[in-house]
Design a protein around this ligand. Sequence first.
Ligand SMILES: [Zn+2]
Length: 215
Amino acid sequence: MISPSVYDSNIYVLNGTVLIDTGMTPEKVIPRISERTDISKIERIILTHCHYDHAGCVDELKKRCGASVVIYDGEEKMMLEDEGSAATVFGYTCPKTMPDVLCREGDLISAGKNEEGIEEFLEVIYTPGHTSGSMCLYSEKEKTVFSGDTVFSGGGLGRTDFKNSVPEKMTQSIGKLLTRDIEKIYPGHGQATLKNGKDSLQKSYRMSEMMNGKE
Ligand SMILES: [Zn+2]
């Protein structure tokens, strides 16, 4: 996990070849990723959602490694808008890179090959709420979820007051995560949860019920 600054999203480097989210300030992000892997070897960049603090370095990274960019189907439209991507909130303009792969609920995305040379996969769990095309990435084997801005450690959850938020779906989306076996949560901001992920998810669920209602 890399947390370049308070504004940049967390960035996860998997098996040296796959990134989850990119942060937004290349001058901070590029050196930090380079400490972990050779950027030219990155094959895939998975974006949990369209927001600029998660996707802002995609142009710079794409230039350096040509990786294929993956985002949830439909979410790419918002990523390529100044306002939809919230780039304007941070004083930037939206990325220009058109994603290469649009994924859907249940898709398996390669997370690269582990040290034993075995290819690992992440399952796409569609979790609208924070944005309409937010997704979480789940590994059953590792009992791990990469949760983007849907849930944070300690029972937090993402804001649902953006242009393309769907507050009425948030509780249901967190409920979907609760049906999975989850120990570890790697969120888009803040610290990771390394055990008892379910407890944290239950707190997030109750918080969402209070804030966003139950569908
Ligand atoms: Zn966000």
